[in-house]
Design a protein around this ligand. Structure first.
Ligand code: C2E
Ligand code: MG
Ligand code: MG
Ligand code: MG
Length: 275
């Protein structure tokens, strides 16, 4: 390769890097604006009893409602939100909004049908001093008991690098908030990690659902540790039948419902009459 060609390649590489950096900075400042203006919305996906199809809870999933680009999925902005710390104020909004919605459910529905709301939280949020107090305060303001809330922590948080978050998690669990490990089965954590940490629920990652021995193993492990299982990404009756066969109690996925806009919901909407 001639010297000149190498130089051109280098320049192109530099331009590319520069472009990516500018894009990231722009995303960050737009996200900062969105956090201050509250340009987000939550979609709620039912977590259902696999035997009866009745929802026992709803997972709140954030979307960025961009004034010109429309609705943006979390995959496109969560990394920047994490890095910049904007996930902390965004997460506060998510929690308050989700609990406000849960309060509506708890006010309108009979005792036997009150679903919990499940909220995803990141390491950065859990390391923020005052996180536990903020959650307790939000529960009190919303006027719902702690069991109306579940927090989802993704599987890598079981790793050694995140030991510092667990006293905070334990405090919230003692308060009555449910704790779930999200995306379980794809990572490297050992059964022992589940045993050692204060948790109630294991969510099996959707990538595991086509691996029968793996799903069977996780369900057996969860049962031996007295943990509840929720299978994610249930897309077909094949998935559902497999889960029922291995004794998984709960599932979530497109087979039942995609995430829903529940503004202006009614009880009939949450619990459609079965035909
Ligand atoms: P997750 O917590 O594992 O959520 C499940 C994701 O799978 C959601 O994507 C959901 O829409 C999607 N999904 C649901 N059913 C099916 C199905 O049957 N098949 C398939 N293929 N996918 C299904 P979404 O809403 O794009 O969220 C992506 C991730 O973003 C979430 O994964 C979660 O880790 C994160 N996230 C979402 N909301 C928040 C939030 O408020 N705060 C934080 N920190 N993270 C969030
Ligand atoms: Mg989740
Ligand atoms: Mg998940
Ligand atoms: Mg996932």
């Amino acid at each position: 390769v001639a010297k000149g060609a190498g130089k051109n390649q280098w320049r192109r590489y530099q331009a590319h890097l520069h472009g990516a950096m500018v894009e990231r900075l722009e995303l960050r400042s737009a996200l900062d604006h969105a956090v201050h203006e509250g340009h987000f919305l939550l979609a709620y996906q039912p977590i259902v009893d696999l035997q009866t199809d009745e929802p026992v809870g709803f997972e709140a999933l954030v979307r960025w409602h961009h004034p010109t680009r429309g609705v943006i999925a979390p995959a496109e902005f969560l990394e920047v939100a994490e890095e910049s710390g904007l996930v902390v104020p965004m997460g506060r909004w998510v929690l308050d909004q989700a609990l406000r919605t849960a309060a509506q459910w708890w006010r309108t529905l009979p005792r036997s049908r009150r679903p919990y709301v499940s909220v995803n939280v990141s390491a950065r949020q859990l390391r923020d001093p005052g996180f536990a107090d903020q959650v307790k305060q939000s529960l009190a303001w919303a006027g719902v008991p702690p069991k109306a809330l579940m927090l989802e922590l993704s599987e890598p948080l079981l790793g050694d690098a995140h030991e510092a978050i667990w006293p905070v998690v334990a405090d919230l669990r003692d308060h009555g908030v449910r704790i779930a490990i999200d995306d379980f089965g794809t990572g490297t954590s050992s059964p022992n990690a589940l045993r050692r940490h204060p948790i109630d629920v294991v969510k099996i990652d959707k990538a595991c659902l086509d691996d029968l021995p793996l799903v069977t193993g996780i369900v057996a492990l969860a049962r031996s540790l007295d943990l509840t299982v929720i299978a994610e990404g249930v897309e077909s009756t094949v998935h559902r039948d497999l889960l029922l066969r291995v004794g998984a109690p709960l599932g979530q996925g497109y087979l039942f419902s995609s995430p829903l806009d529940l503004t202006g919901f009614s009880a009939d909407y949450l619990f459609p009459a079965r035909v």
